[in-house]
Design a protein around this ligand. Structure first.
Ligand code: ATP
Ligand code: MG
Length: 256
């Protein structure tokens, strides 16, 4: 669990970002410690996705620093972030619907090992299938066949594959932007279970969600963004749904 003495897995310090004349992030700072699920919440336009895009190398901050295990890093691309073990599942999932489960689990991985460029092209189907089974077993994900096409799966199963892919390559942090937004009750439950298993496997998770019951069910701490500023950071067990909603809307100011 997070303690002030531990080195954060990932830390943001004073991140600022503007788009043209509009300042979207005003000095965002927070940390994610090993072994925890952190919820990043806030109203529409609060700056959650922008923060995530900076953490995953898709955007560069104008100011501020990013630290991984205490080491200052700069991501000039998403590949740079992945090389540091940060994996992100965006809302649109970025799975290839016409490819199989196992192909998706290995998609675009050649770029992570420049020395072995192209090698996955030769990775034999049998081994890829075996590795895929192992990856999914580890997270208790049940898929009939690794050769099933993504387009034949339910929304929850697709989400599970996307999370599994991130979890199997993300060694330091898995970021999930609205993973349960489009899912039913059962499928959401499966994804929440999966988030816990990823955490228990030792990889911290940053969960972005508007669904407060899910945030309360699965997170250890909650970071609240409002108009591009962190207005509250709280241990989930020590605050109520009402507290968080008031911080999100600005109806109350966090004391701590
Ligand atoms: N590429 C861009 N160019 C200009 N403005 C942008 C760009 N991306 C985001 N913004 C603006 O930055 C602000 C923060 O957006 P962001 O997507 O980070 O919010 P969010 O907290 O993820 O919201 P939501 O809950 O609706 O997904 C918004 O006002 C948005 O319009
Ligand atoms: Mg967003």
């Amino acid at each position: 669990m997070s303690t002030k003495e531990a080195t954060p897995a990932v830390e943001l310090v004073g991140i600022e970002k503007r788009f043209g004349a509009i300042q979207v992030l005003h000095g965002v700072s927070f940390a994610i410690y090993p072994g925890e699920v952190v919820g990043l919440v806030g109203d529409n336009g609060a700056g959650k996705s922008t923060t995530v895009r900076i953490m995953s190398g898709a955007l560069q901050p104008d100011r501020g620093e990013l630290y991984i295990e205490g080491r200052k890093v700069r991501f000039d691309s998403p590949i740079a972030a992945r090389r540091e073990g940060i994996e992100t599942v965006y809302q649109d999932l970025a799975l290839a619907p016409h490819l199989s489960v196992k192909a998706n689990l290995f998609l675009n991985r050649e770029e992570l090992k420049p020395g072995l460029l192209g090698k996955l092209g030769f990775l034999d189907e049998k081994r890829m299938g075996e590795e895929a089974v192992k990856k999914l077993d580890l997270l208790h994900i049940k898929i009939k066949s690794m050769d099933q096409l993504i387009q034949e799966l339910s929304g929850g199963q697709r989400q599970a594959i996307a999370v599994a892919r991130a979890a199997s390559w993300g060694s330091r942090l898995v970021i999930l932007d609205e993973p349960t937004a489009a899912l039913g009750v059962e499928e959401s439950k499966m994804v929440l279970d999966l988030i816990r298993r990823v955490r228990d496997s030792g990889v911290p998770v940053l969960l972005i969600s508007h669904t407060m019951p899910h945030v309360f069910e699965v997170t250890d701490r909650i970071v609240v963004l409002r108009q591009g500023r962190v207005v509250a950071t709280a241990v989930t067990k020590e605050c109520t749904l009402e507290d968080v909603i008031m911080w999100i809307t600005g109806a109350a100011v966090h004391a701590g």
